[in-house]
Write a protein that binds this ligand. Structure first.
Ligand SMILES: CC(C)(COP(=O)(O)OP(=O)(O)OC[C@H]1O[C@@H](n2cnc3c(N)ncnc32)[C@H](O)[C@@H]1OP(=O)(O)O)[C@@H](O)C(=O)NCCC(=O)NCCSC(=O)c1cc(O)c2ccccc2c1O
Length: 135
């Protein structure tokens, strides 16, 4: 099951050439991850960050086609791997049938001291429900 996150391209996302500037895509990616924790996992960041955090250890992104002001993007997130303290996800953003962004990344669950710590069972079990087809 993929988690879905709609995002309309706004004026603030675009550069003078009229296309989405890549740092704004990374903000959209993080907005999708934040919504995933809140709505998908039932662990909103304002609760999670009282005791832990989930920084990004690695991320790889491709932009196969540009997005423009007014486009309606649909982000889809799948969990592809769950480790002791880490989780890999893949994410795409599409406008209609056209793919605009493909990304894969690793989040690591860390304690209040920033050290990797095992996922709590409640979060691990919810992550499992968003496992995609890969590995
Ligand atoms: C991320 C680290 C805390 C990892 O520490 P360390 O390297 O000591 O970890 P281990 O070797 O013990 O491995 C633990 C665990 O992580 C996996 N892992 C580690 N590095 C990688 C990697 N490069 N690629 C893939 N996987 C990796 C490893 O396989 C282990 O997995 P297990 O499942 O087996 O346990 C440390 O490296 C660190 O602190 N890095 C800096 C992170 C950072 O600054 N990122 C960029 C800015 S922060 C950020 O972007 C961000 C912050 C947030 O608070 C967020 C909150 C919510 C969502 C997103 C956030 C976010 O993106």
């Amino acid at each position: 099951m993929a988690f879905e996150f709609p995002q309309k391209v706004l004026f603030k996302h675009c550069d003078p050439a009229g296309i989405v500037f890549f740092p704004r895509y990374f903000e959209m990616i993080n907005d999708c991850v934040e919504a995933f924790f809140d709505q998908g996992l039932g662990v909103p960041f304002h609760d999670l960050h009282r005791v832990s955090a989930v920084p990004t250890a690695q991320i790889k992104t491709q932009f196969p086609a540009p997005s423009r002001h007014g486009d309606h993007l649909l982000f889809q997130l799948d969990i592809t791997k769950i480790g002791r303290s880490s989780a890999d996800y893949s994410m795409t953003a599409r406008c209609g049938n056209e793919t605009r962004l493909i990304t894969s990344a690793t989040l690591v669950h860390v304690d209040a001291n920033g050290r990797p710590t095992a996922w709590p069972d409640q979060i691990r079990n919810k992550l499992q429900t968003f496992r995609g087809d890969t590995s």
